[in-house]
Design a protein around this ligand. Sequence first.
Ligand code: NDP
Length: 305
Amino acid sequence: MVLDGRSVAQKVLGEVKAGVERLRAETGASPMLAVVLVGDFAPSKIYVANKKKATDSVGIATRDYVYPEGLTQHELVALLGSLNADRAVHGILLQLPLVPGCDEDAAIAAIAPEKDVDGLHPTNLGRLLAGAPTVVPCTPAGCLEILDHYGAKLEGMEAVVVGRSRLVGKPLAQLLLARHATVTMCHTRTRDLAEHTRRADVLCVAAGRARMITGDMVKEGAWVIDVGINRLETGRLVGDVDFDSASKRAQAITPVPGGVGPMTIAMLLRNTLLAARRQLLGGGLRPPSDTSPQGLRGQSPRSNT
Ligand code: NDP
């Protein structure tokens, strides 16, 4: 079975759109996302343009803050401070990577946790680690949403995550743990990668190495989530998993493109809507094990902190 991220993302975007309309009816306000882009990095510009299209499609307003490479750390932190204080702004998207000379960790930490729609602020990541209600990072949240949509029963599964970045691997492992999977994390120092991946009932790969996971590294009947996006010299986009060989053994697998990629933007918009709801109407964050769209429908969150 091919796990169609585009159609799951469409479903989420439909829920977000309905949630935005409901919020507008309840408060007269629309969610507002501030997009901060520093420098001239082409992939970031494309990504930001795609996000803009998606925000427009669900009725989330955006404000763009685009700066040339020369922006100093001090100026960036001052900008983020003013966006934190601006009550009309509900979410802040700081497009990464930043330009040389800007400190990514310090910039992320300068965003108010309640406006951190990427879920990367140390406070939000710390809550995730603690199993406490939080803002879940978009790409890992998208992976879980796909698995849930197609009915993967994660409890008790052997889950293997290849990659340990702050953006994807680490939070994804925490989400799988929160669902009671038995989680192994692999990275460049892992001794025998295939030995681990072959045990995985659910194999999530976020390494940034084109087609590094081949069919012989996949357990028969596994669920395979391929986060990687790699452009070959031919211009073709491929994942970290060799789709042709892996799909012969997996029971379910995400394609690239059309798998996790569309989910990341959909989850960003969901996080923006939820942030706007909390700021305009109050209410708490959701525990990492809870990925239901309840907050979008306006019901009370199950948990408050
Ligand atoms: P990073 O480069 O930050 O992290 C890569 C991780 O993979 C590291 O932990 C690294 O290990 C590990 N790794 C690299 N090579 C190997 C290897 N040969 N064997 C085992 N582990 C390895 O990447 P990101 O997490 O930011 O992104 C990963 C991929 O996901 C990229 O292709 C990126 O483009 C894609 N991506 C896709 C998104 C989407 O929306 N679909 C969103 C975000 C990212 P170590 O720590 O030891 O160096």
